[in-house]
Design a protein around this ligand. Structure first.
Ligand code: BES
Ligand code: MN
Ligand code: MN
Length: 462
């Protein structure tokens, strides 16, 4: 790929500044107060894709936020790469834990990013990683080195479940036809240990409501005589794991694929230091399902976690009260073959069955999605691997991630194509947390690596 390094050197200031401009817009899809900002972000993405040399750039309205679609078809006989990314971001809360405002990007160095990192909500997830593709495209078109056809599909509702994107994909199979889907919305092991994400977990997200008496009660007059929904909810949640930290929902593990000894041994080769892991999180010990390592627990094993729990009096001082209601939000991360709708149903049946008579339970399913594993014995993976070899000087390690991008399995179902997950973030980049950041080295390395994927993928297809 002629001169990509020079191109980056000559333009890096602009690349960084353009990303900073994008990061200033608070495109929080979960909060309707930011509606105009989310819509504006779609406009900016559209403009940038035009500048990058796409022939057709469209904004597709949906029942929610729009999808930005762009393409450049140079020859229908050549392969087509479909790039997916998202321009929406997570809410920044808790805001007081940010060292600088989440939508006023600043560049600071860190231990892992000695060349600087951009701190802002969305820096890594996913504006920074999505924008690498726009800049890589600009390089290929402006130097006449685009080797194949490209389509871009950048959505604004990934962080809230991609519901409208699913409809768009189902209704536009022809338009979106491609030979491979390319996504940068995951991470890698370390800057000197490149890896390609080969799996994503599925997700089932539910909210539960436990109702006791018809009103809040004086905890002296009624305490001890009626069920306290918070006590009950805490007990019910605690019972969802046994003493070995296995999940107790009947049937939960039925479809879980047990990896062979060989596969587990292969996984264990990925560099990992438990001491560093604990130190980075300031914990004395890790915790999880018996019989599995930390890296297995967070990738090839399903989990159940409470994401939030509330009820009763939480204001200043003390109020003696037995609340009428208690709530929790619970997520289950799933592995391939576990169907998220089946699991949601199993959860609901089980949770209702363990409720004592003195309360009623209501389980409300939120969004979900299937897990995904990508094969490594195909052209697309080989092309990605060669691209990393070219720019990192090392063969990347295939590694399954614990995170979820539920739309990826729908892509496979509807468009019949595989996805390559070329993520350039680090786990420590604090996505969804205060002080999210993205290394400038990682950003530029992504821009450098992407055109090589295009080149090798096109060559290997011939
Ligand atoms: N980009 C993340 C997913 C991710 C991050 C996968 C790092 C692997 C490594 C994505 O934006 C995300 O946050 N997904 C959500 C699910 C979604 C339905 C809200 C998740 O994983 O919690
Ligand atoms: Mn993301
Ligand atoms: Mn995210």
């Amino acid at each position: 790929m002629h001169s990509i390094k020079n191109f980056i050197n000559n333009h890096k200031e602009t690349f960084i500044n353009e990303l900073i401009e994008l990061l200033k817009i608070p495109s929080i899809s979960a909060d309707s107060a930011y509606k105009n900002d989310v819509l504006n972000t779609a406009e900016v993405v559209k403009l940038r894709l035009q500048e990058a040399g796409c022939d057709l750039v469209e904004i597709h309205p949906t029942d929610g936020y729009p999808i930005v679609y762009a393409e450049k078809i140079i020859d229908p006989k050549l392969p087509t790469i479909l790039v997916y990314g998202h321009y929406d971001v997570q809410p920044p809360d808790p805001i007081n834990l940010w060292h600088s405002p989440p939508f006023e990007p600043v560049i600071k160095t860190t231990e892992l990013h000695p060349n600087g990192a951009i701190f802002a909500r969305g820096a890594c997830d996913d504006k920074g990683q999505m924008y690498m593709h726009v800049k890589a495209m600009q390089f290929m078109t402006s130097t006449n080195q685009l080797p194949c056809n490209v389509k871009f599909m950048i959505e604004g509702e990934e962080e809230v479940g991609s519901v409208n994107l699913a409809t768009f994909v189902k209704n536009n199979r022809e338009k979106l036809a491609n030979d491979v889907i390319l996504i940068s919305d995951t991470g890698m092991i370390a800057n000197d240990v490149p890896s390609i994400t080969t799996g994503l977990r599925g997700l089932s997200y539910v909210e539960v409501e436990v109702t006791g008496p018809n009103r809040d009660l004086h905890s002296g007059l009624y305490g001890g005589a009626v069920a306290n929904p918070i006590n009950i909810l805490a007990k019910m949640i605690a019972s969802l794991h046994d003493d070995h930290n296995h999940i107790t929902i009947p049937g939960f593990y039925d479809k879980v694929e047990e990896l062979s000894k060989e596969e587990r041994a292969e996984m264990a080769k990925a560099p990992f230091r438990l001491e560093n892991y604990k130190k980075a999180l300031n914990i004395k010990a890790v915790y999880g399902e018996e019989g599995y390592t930390t890296n297995e627990r967070n990738s090839i094993r399903p989990t159940l976690d409470v994401n939030g729990i509330w009820g009763g009096y939480t204001g200043e001082g003390a109020k003696t009260v037995i609340p009428s209601k208690a709530y929790a939000k619970i997520s289950m991360r799933l592995v391939p073959h576990q169907d998220w709708e089946d699991i949601t149903e199993l959860f609901k049946t089980h949770f209702e069955s363990i409720a004592p008579k003195g309360v009623t339970v209501n389980v409300k399913p939120h969004h979900g999605g299937q897990g995904y594993v990508t094969p490594i014995d195909n052209i697309a993976y080989q092309a990605a691997s060669k691209a990393y070899e070219q720019t990192f000087g090392k063969t990347p390690i295939p590694q399954r991630s614990g995170g979820s991008i539920p739309i990826v399995s729908l892509f496979e179902q509807e468009l019949k194509s595989k996805t390559i997950l070329m993520g350039f973030g680090l786990d420590s980049d604090a996505i969804h947390s205060p002080n999210e950041h993205f290394g400038i080295w990682n950003y530029l390395k992504g821009i450098e690596t992407i055109p090589w994927f295009y080149k090798y993928f096109t060559e290997l297809n011939q």
